[in-house]
Design a protein. Structure first.
Length: 300
């Protein structure tokens, strides 16, 4: 298999179903990878190929904490990655114990307003509220993963679902260097109901290679204006009721900044949805992001 592999996608990843031939006691050789139903992959900056991360995941829980982490653009980024891999998304808002019911309702409404037809669940791994609802969403024989920034509570939620502290949470890993829990390396967990959770650092970090967040950060001003556009999917190019174009007109937004944004945004959208045929564009985009960052630093 190694001899016939043409690129990284030809190698097995976690979640793959493979055929093997036994070569000795406890030893086997992978002969072939069965066709993948879904494929979670990332596009790392500067690299010219898509990197497969995990195969055959049915549903991805996209997790954010309701506190500082809450960010609709980030949800969008993960949703793009997930839909590109043909994986079904479910949005999870965690740490709801930290906010009031009214605040939570507002956040859920924001999500539903921006992303139609996507299931939204709320949870607290702290007081276990919503964990039953999450467990209910997990079906026998299906494969799940948890995506989201570090610290949003993915390990805590998975531990709750397992009913055991199999995954180290951050507090434990920082207070005691080793962590008091068994740290057997495992990437696939089977829940009591027969649903499976796949988890490893590569899966967790799948969103990091993308640049739309960089776009949002670099052009914070425009992102803020964009919230007032008439259409949620406004490209700020020609749409009526576009707040960005209005600011451009009034001089509130400089022409340079705007043009830069449009360019970077275009590249970023491409970047999030890239495929092998478009690999050439990537290098120049990486360079551009770096440049923009550099300019931003100079200005501060
Ligand atoms: P991960 O990096 O996404 O796996 O996050 P962890 O599961 O390690 O959690 C990060 C921190 O958030 C830990 O200190 C958890 O105890 C805490 N945490 C996780 N879930 C909740 C929650 O629902 N409410 C509150 N208040 N804290 C939580
Ligand atoms: Zn607009």
């Amino acid at each position: 298999m190694m001899f016939t592999a043409e690129n990284q996608s030809d190698y097995p990843v976690v979640g793959d179903v493979v055929t093997i031939s036994e070569t000795g006691p406890g030893q086997a050789q992978i002969q072939a990878i069965m066709p993948r139903k879904t494929l979670l992959r990332r596009k790392a900056a500067g690299k010219d190929a898509v990197q497969p991360i995990a195969a055959n995941i049915d549903v991805a829980f996209i997790v954010q904490a309701v506190d500082r982490d809450f960010n609709l653009n980030r949800f969008e980024r993960y949703l793009t990655i997930v839909s590109k891999g043909k994986i079904e998304p479910i949005i999870v808002l965690n740490k709801i114990d930290l906010i009031s019911r009214a605040e939570l309702e507002d956040k859920v409404a924001q999500i539903k307003g921006r992303f139609q037809n996507i299931k939204v669940l709320t949870a607290s791994a702290e007081d276990s509220s919503g964990i039953k609802g999450l467990a209910k969403a997990i079906k026998m024989g299906k494969v799940y993963c948890f995506l989201g920034s570090s610290g949003v509570g993915k390990s805590s939620i998975i531990n709750k679902l397992l009913g055991r502290e199999l995954l180290k949470t951050r507090m434990i890993s920082t207070s005691t260097k080793k962590g008091k829990h068994a740290t057997t390396h495992r990437e696939l967990f089977v829940l009591d109901n027969g649903g499976m959770v796949i988890d490893n650092p590569g899966i967790r970090e799948v969103g990091l290679g993308d640049a739309s967040e960089a776009v949002a950060n670099v052009f914070g001003h425009i992102s803020k204006l964009a919230k007032h556009c008439k259409f949620v999917d406004c490209t700020h190019d020609h749409e009526p009721g576009c707040a960005v174009l209005a600011a451009l007109e009034s001089g509130d937004l400089s022409r340079d900044k705007y043009l830069n944004y449009v360019k970077l945004k275009k590249e970023s959208d491409y970047y999030a949805m890239t495929d092998l045929e478009k690999r050439q564009k990537d290098k120049s985009f990486g360079r551009m992001v770096k440049n923009v960052m550099k300019h931003k630093k100079k200005k501060q």
